[in-house]
Design a binder for this molecule. Sequence first.
Ligand code: FES
Length: 174
Amino acid sequence: MTEHSLNSNVTRRGFLRIIGWGSFFVTLGILIGGTMRFLFPRVLFERPSTFKAGFPHEFDRKDRADENGVFEVYEKWKDEHSACLVREKNRIYAVHVKCTHLGCTPNWFADDRIFKCPCHGSQFHSNGVNFAGPAPRPLDRFGISIADDGMIVVDKSRVYTSKDFDKRGAYLNV
Ligand code: FES
């Protein structure tokens, strides 16, 4: 065997070894990857549709009501839950802060007592009723109730449009 053929032999053998180990590790990787996918399946973790908003006494009336009978609009849950709680004389309800035009998020302007949509300028009174811009109807409301522990629960899976605002579940009597 010449020196050249010996080198060529070793190189070929080394090459085959690399191919062999490479295939082995690729197969191993695929197996491990498959196992990991099995252990951690693609599950869509959705946020719960309900949230607790405190006790009714935390929404005690303040000052005076505005011209729509609203004492206070609570924005605390707006970013996380797209909801503002509204206190009227004898009611609390949860306004779904999603414009009824094309779904943008209206902002609450406490000084002006209005919700105003940044997209196309729709405006809503403090009770969510539309009065300007292209929004075709009032802001919807979420279901609201009292839990066993006495806290207010807002249920975003129950949505009430304006024709149902007086239905049981669309507001709390306080
Ligand atoms: S999305 Fe609000 S006015 Fe168009």
